[in-house]
Design a protein around this ligand. Structure first.
Ligand code: FEO
Length: 401
């Protein structure tokens, strides 16, 4: 009988994941305009093995999918590569249905299972490099600490050359009919969202990510089953290369100008800076209002653009609070590949530029020395100075090979 709600991926490996179009913020803070998929897999055989679960809000659809494959049969094992609740919060519901199932996790996941769900029994622990025969299948396990949590691991099934990669190689966006890279226009529909996902979720652990990716590159991989986004069967190298490029923070030739403005005076400064960037020969320039564009997109831009110029009005002797929040998050990302520029508006107290400078010094950022500051509204001379800042940044970016 034809499967209607699930799909055969390869050699009795089935896709049983779900789409979430209801949750508006991933992890409570990252916008999901295109939703998100929680991919899950069922390996059918002498033993039935589920690999990675889904978020609890989609569990009823999920159970329907398990039953389409197993009918009255039951899963024998669940391999949980990652315990974040988007892949584990359906576990209690699954255990109610299948109480004897054995859960396979990494050593660091044991406490998490106990602390999140009170589960201490039927837990089998696998360590980094362990090889396990389950029924007629064999699996290898590799831990990937901090990509995305300390307990994270990936599972490799050698007979089908499949890597179950948990969050790694994931992206935002639901799977709308097409599951595989050869069924969707990835560059048009998913690429930007994969990059934003990487920066938001994995960016601050880029060093660990690169370490994990270098190791995974050694495996003979024909199929990548990530837990979010497209399944890679035609060209897995494409997502591997994209992730390596993102983990190395390979920037694009362009500049983002992010400003915080109360009454438009600092916005006017940002416009002048952008004019300078274009006068300097750059054709990839964006201006963003820190209060309007969500943090998620601002971080993605700062990660990917070679040039980042931040401008802020002063607010109570210091930085405009939304800009302060952005800088706190930027400092967590530990970005080292950008050129930075700063400018500020004094208002009646000053403080913005002083605080921006301190952030730059503390983070040892590569910042341009020209750092314009205005009082009140920019004069003609001020605007010229801001245009010069843009031109200097453009020259620096374009001088790069
Ligand atoms: Fe998709 Fe780190 O959870």
């Amino acid at each position: 009988m034809e499967n209607l709600v699930t799909a055969l991926i390869k050699d009795d490996i089935y896709y049983i994941g779900t789409n979430d179009r209801q949750t508006s913020l991933f992890e409570g803070m990252w916008p999901l305009p295109n939703g998100v998929a929680y991919n899950s897999f069922l390996v059918k055989g002498e033993k039935n093995i589920i690999i990675d679960l889904v978020k609890v809000n989609t569990v009823s659809v999920y159970i329907e999918k398990i039953k389409e494959i197993l009918g009255d049969d039951k899963p024998d094992y669940i391999i949980m590569n990652h315990l974040e609740p988007d892949h584990s919060s359906s576990l209690p519901s699954i255990l109610e249905l299948y109480p004897d199932v054995e859960i396979i996790v990494s050593p660091k996941a044991v406490d998490m299972l106990k602390n999140f769900y009170g589960i201490t029994e039927n837990v089998k622990v696998v360590k980094d490099g362990d090889h396990l025969k389950i029924g007629d299948r064999e699996f290898d396990f590799y831990t990937t600490p901090m990509v995305h949590w300390p307990e994270s691991m990936v599972t490799y099934e050698a007979s089908t050359k499949t890597l179950f990669s948990q969050d790694i190689f994931g992206g935002f966006g639901t799977l709308d009919g097409g599951l595989f890279d050869d069924q969707v226009q990835f560059d048009k529909l998913y690429l930007e969202e994969a990059a934003r996902y990487f920066v938001n979720i994995v960016g601050k652990y880029a060093t660990q990510a690169l370490k994990a990716l270098t190791r995974l590159k050694e495996l003979d991989i024909e199929l990548i089953c990530t837990v979010h986004g497209t399944i890679w069967r035609k060209n897995p190298k494409k997502i591997l290369d994209l992730y390596i490029s993102l983990a190395k923070q390979e920037t694009v030739k362009g500049c983002v100008v992010i400003y915080g403005s109360m009454y438009g005076n600092t916005e006017r400064m940002a416009e002048a800076v952008a004019k300078g960037l274009v006068k300097g020969g750059l054709d990839n320039v964006k201006i963003r209002d820190v209060t309007k564009t969500p943090l998620s997109y601002l971080l993605a831009d700062t990660w990917r653009y070679k040039g980042v110029i931040l401008g802020s009005c002063s607010y109570d002797n210091s930085l405009f609070p939304p800009m302060n929040f952005l800088l706190t998050e930027i400092s967590h990302q530990r970005m080292k590949k950008n050129y930075w520029g700063i400018f500020g508006s004094y208002s009646w107290s000053g403080g913005a530029l002083k605080t921006l400078k301190k952030y730059m010094e503390d983070g040892k950022y590569n910042v341009l020395e020209r750092q314009p500051e205005i009082k009140g509204s920019a004069t003609r001379e001020d605007l010229e100075e801001l245009i010069e800042l843009g031109k200097e940044m453009a020259a620096k970016i374009l001088a790069e090979e």
